[in-house]
Design a protein. Structure first.
Length: 153
């Protein structure tokens, strides 16, 4: 993957998040209502998504990730800081740079920056689809989860 493609993929990923945050923050108590899925609620799904992105950035920075907040507004704030940090980091990184890290079980791996970016965006897309289903189960219309919408702008 070329660097311009990598940066475009992450810009699209971040744009999708920005489309979702207003809808997520508007939920109030509905965010914690158990409706099913890989995670029981919209909040739990969103917390998992943000925690995963924080974990990957910490790995890329050679650090340990911190705990995630207990409300949507806190998740959004953490994500905004993360998105800025990730953009800075990716500007300096090469898509072929090797990142060595350990999983939560202690297993060591090495992947390229491109591998990690593809995993991160694919993981988020998978869970964004689950969020869309959870919104519908709450009787709400979800924001678009389609990355192509960003590329059409």
């Amino acid at each position: 993957m070329e660097k311009a493609e990598l940066l475009g993929l992450i810009r699209g990923h971040d744009w999708l998040w920005e489309q979702w945050w207003p809808a997520l923050e508007a939920l109030a108590e509905q965010a914690h209502k158990e409706v099913g899925g890989s995670f029981p609620s919209v909040f739990a799904t969103t917390a998992h998504m943000v925690a995963s992105e924080l974990t990957w950035q910490a790995r890329c920075d050679g650090q340990v990730s911190a705990s995630t907040p207990k409300d949507i507004a806190g998740l959004r704030l953490d994500w905004q800081v993360l998105a800025g940090r990730r953009r800075e980091w990716l500007e300096a990184a090469s898509p072929l740079d090797q990142i060595s890290y350990q999983t939560s079980t202690g297993t060591a791996y090495t992947n390229t920056v491109s591998d990690i970016a593809l995993h991160l965006t694919s993981h988020a897309h998978f869970h964004r689809g689950q969020l869309a289903s959870q919104f519908r189960l709450l009787g709400l219309k979800p924001p678009s989860a389609h990355l192509i919408t960003f590329f059409r702008l």
